[in-house]
Design a protein. Structure first.
Length: 282
């Protein structure tokens, strides 16, 4: 494999990210496929790369018991590198089952298995497999593993909000609010997503007190996110969340946050026109 560094405009990056999400593939794999198509050599596309794993690795992974764990993870890693994220996640989950039953306290047990499932879920979501990541992290929180896994609860809550922003499922917002309430003191993004979930639930129930509380969490989290931040990727993500507030008719809050970002972030000026609602955004 040859590594190539690319510079893309923010807008083109957003378009490619949307396309990768639609296809259920990673950005790297998408770009490789598009280049192969443009060159008229579809056989060289990332998706057309050889799929099999080394026979020796397969032999080691076929063993019964804890001694197969490392090899099984090796198989999963190679599958991820080939952009076979769904299959790789299944293999990682199989390894986690062996980890859970491994009697060695330094290398196995339910809590370690929960942590490894959570890490696999993060990899899946990073590769634009949101729903798969949700299922993996739900498994990490099963009673037989570690239902108190704070990282898993945090990720699941945030991902449920992202999923609900796509399909409007109020039940996902309720679950997210319950999951995130325990971690908002540790993570400002958890506070933001908890506020978004609580706001959506409050709107559906006509609860003005809960609505005010949700907006307060959003306000605090958005200000902390923007403060002294110079990352252009964060700027786009921050604006995306700010635009989504348009459906709740909180233009005063949106304008206040825009002014705060202009005064305290390193993003450059955010114009009023940039607050226009873009409901089609991912």
């Amino acid at each position: 494999m040859k590594n190539v560094s690319l510079r893309l405009s923010d807008e083109l990056g957003r378009v490619l990210d949307e396309l990768a999400s639609t296809r259920g593939t990673s950005m790297n794999a998408l770009i490789g496929d598009l280049i192969a198509e443009a060159a008229g050599r579809p056989a060289l596309a990332t998706s057309a790369a050889p799929r099999d794993i080394p026979a020796g690795l397969a032999q080691d992974a076929c063993r019964f018991g804890p001694e197969a764990i490392g090899a099984i993870k090796g198989v999963a890693k190679q599958l991820f590198e080939r952009d076979m994220v769904a299959t790789g996640s299944v293999v990682y989950a199989a390894a986690a089952r062996l980890v859970a039953s491994n009697p060695d306290p330094e290398r196995g047990g339910p809590e370690r298995a929960s942590a490894e499932l959570t890490e696999t879920a993060q990899r899946a979501v990073d590769s634009n497999h949101l729903e798969l990541g949700i299922r993996l992290v739900e498994e990490a929180l099963q009673p037989g593993l570690n239902p108190k896994n704070r990282r898993a609860r945090n990720l699941l809550g945030q991902w449920l909000v992202r999923s609900a922003q796509r399909d409007g499922d109020i039940g996902k917002y309720r679950r997210a609010a319950d999951l995130l309430v325990d971690v908002i003191e540790y993570d400002d993004h958890a506070r933001l997503f908890h506020g978004l979930a609580a706001l959506a639930v409050a709107e559906s129930e006509g609860d003005r007190t809960a609505r005010s509380s949700g907006l307060d969490h959003i306000d605090k989290a958005m200000r902390r996110w923007a403060f002294s931040n110079r990352n252009p990727t964060d700027r786009n993500a921050w604006l995306r969340q700010l635009r989504r507030l348009s459906v709740y008719e909180v233009s005063d809050l949106q304008e206040s946050l825009r002014e705060f970002a202009n005064e305290n972030s390193g993003w450059g000026e955010i114009l009023p026109a940039e607050l226009l609602d873009r409901t089609a955004e991912p």
